[in-house]
Design a protein around this ligand. Structure first.
Ligand code: FES
Ligand SMILES: [Fe+2]
Length: 397
């Protein structure tokens, strides 16, 4: 057989040559001030830190592409200010926390947690015009052991959502919070995941990666039952969407696994051990900037609970490069899509129906904000403040 006969069919097929430049979809990935998604995100409260970690030493915090510092003044009030001092721009990260706020190290201007300039020690009378200066600041609230920030238009500030599952703490239980990358397949020693937030959030509506990535490809990362290919139904939920993954297990049991993705970046994933019953925790995929995100989780747990159960084997940060290649998890898959996934290159298939729905819903909500409306999940009515969580592993009896 001549070489040309063998190669002929392949030669007619497209190769990697001559492709158009690849692009990401900016509408659903870029979070800076003034961007469509950034303005949408700025209509909600975001968890930004664990309360217990906000102390009288300022910490750097990058959020929705803005560089901030967070601290707790000596009266116990948390403060979130732009990092660059309103005087001549050094960072308040080197500032000193005092009774009434934070004092810039450079010329000693003192700002309170609402950005008021209280003192300008180099100016006559402590600064006669100091009232004209505002250090950009954002309002904070604390609940569930988390500090929450609102970075949007002041006249649109909504109520902080309450979550039924986190409100129902009984004696012998507590709320456990974490700000680590554990839930993204990292571990409890790492906070920032280096890729766009959407790669994590839309993963919540992708039940088909569970039998592959988490069960057959890398060995059983959760439980062997997830190896059964599910029958999946995706549908709208009151403030987002959900899927029900039905499995008939080898032992004859049948289970519906219901998982939710709610606006703007809430993820409610039931027990990955397939423990029966409703989901006990809520997660939030908070965009740090366009190419990094951070996860926060709050869970109702027994009093003695002391940290997330470890996946079998080593922590993510202890694995060698070869181990990351041989046993990839969510981190490798999501970060492996690149800093921002290139949507123009995708070939979406039937099992991506949830991804398609979620993106469409997200774009609808972004458009609502652009047109001056209120997106889903923004609450002003105290009667609607408690969000119901319908996720869980529901076994049929
Ligand atoms: S730069 Fe902060 S007080 Fe001068
Ligand atoms: Fe996963």
């Amino acid at each position: 057989m001549s070489l040309s006969t063998v190669d002929a069919p392949n030669r007619a097929r497209a190769t990697g040559y001559g492709r158009k430049p690849s692009t990401h979809d900016a509408t659903m990935t870029e979070v800076g001030p003034g961007t469509p998604l950034g303005e949408f995100m700025r209509r909600y409260w975001h968890p930004v830190a664990l309360s217990e970690k906000v102390k009288d030493i300022p910490q750097k915090l990058r959020l929705l592409g803005e560089d901030l510092v967070i601290f707790r003044d000596r009266q116990g009030r948390p403060g979130l200010l732009h990092a660059r001092c309103a005087h001549r721009g050094t960072t308040l990260y080197y500032g000193r926390v005092e009774e009434n706020g934070i004092r810039c190290c450079y010329h000693g201007w003192l700002f309170d947690v609402e950005g008021r300039c209280l003192e300008q020690p180099c100016e006559a009378d402590g600064g006669r015009s100091r009232d004209r200066v505002i250090q950009p600041w954002y309002p904070l609230q604390e609940r569930y052991g988390l500090v929450w920030a609102y970075m949007g238009p002041p006249d649109k500030q909504p109520l902080l959502p309450h979550w039924d599952t986190l409100e129902a703490v009984s004696p012998g239980e507590k709320i456990y919070v974490t700000g680590s990358s554990f839930g993204a397949g990292g571990d409890d020693t790492i906070e920032i995941v280096p890729c766009n937030w959407l790669q994590d959030w839309e993963n919540i509506m992708d039940p088909f990666h569970i039998p592959i990535l988490h069960t057959s490809f890398s060995g059983v990362q959760f439980v062997p039952e997830f190896g059964v290919m599910p029958q999946v139904h995706w549908e709208h939920a009151p403030t987002g969407m959900q899927y029900t993954a039905y499995r008939k297990l080898d032992d004859g049991r049948e289970v519906d696994r219901v998982t939710l993705a709610l606006f703007p970046h809430v993820r409610i994933v039931p027990s990955v051990q397939l423990a029966p019953g409703p989901a006990m925790g809520i997660g939030w995929v908070v965009p740090v900037d366009d190419t990094n995100f951070r996860l926060f989780h709050a869970m109702r747990v027994p009093e003695g609970f002391n940290g997330m159960p470890r996946l079998p084997g080593k922590k993510w940060s202890e694995k060698s490069e070869e181990e990351h290649q041989r046993f990839p998890g969510d981190w490798e898959a999501q970060v492996g899509q690149g800093p921002i996934s290139l949507h123009s290159e995708e070939n979406l298939a039937g099992s991506d129906k949830g991804i398609v729905m979620l993106r469409r819903l997200l774009k609808q909500q972004i458009k609502i904000v652009e047109e001056g409306g209120d997106p889903l999940g923004v609450i002003y009515d105290p009667a609607q403040q408690v969000m119901k969580v319908s996720a869980g592993n529901f076994f049929k009896t």
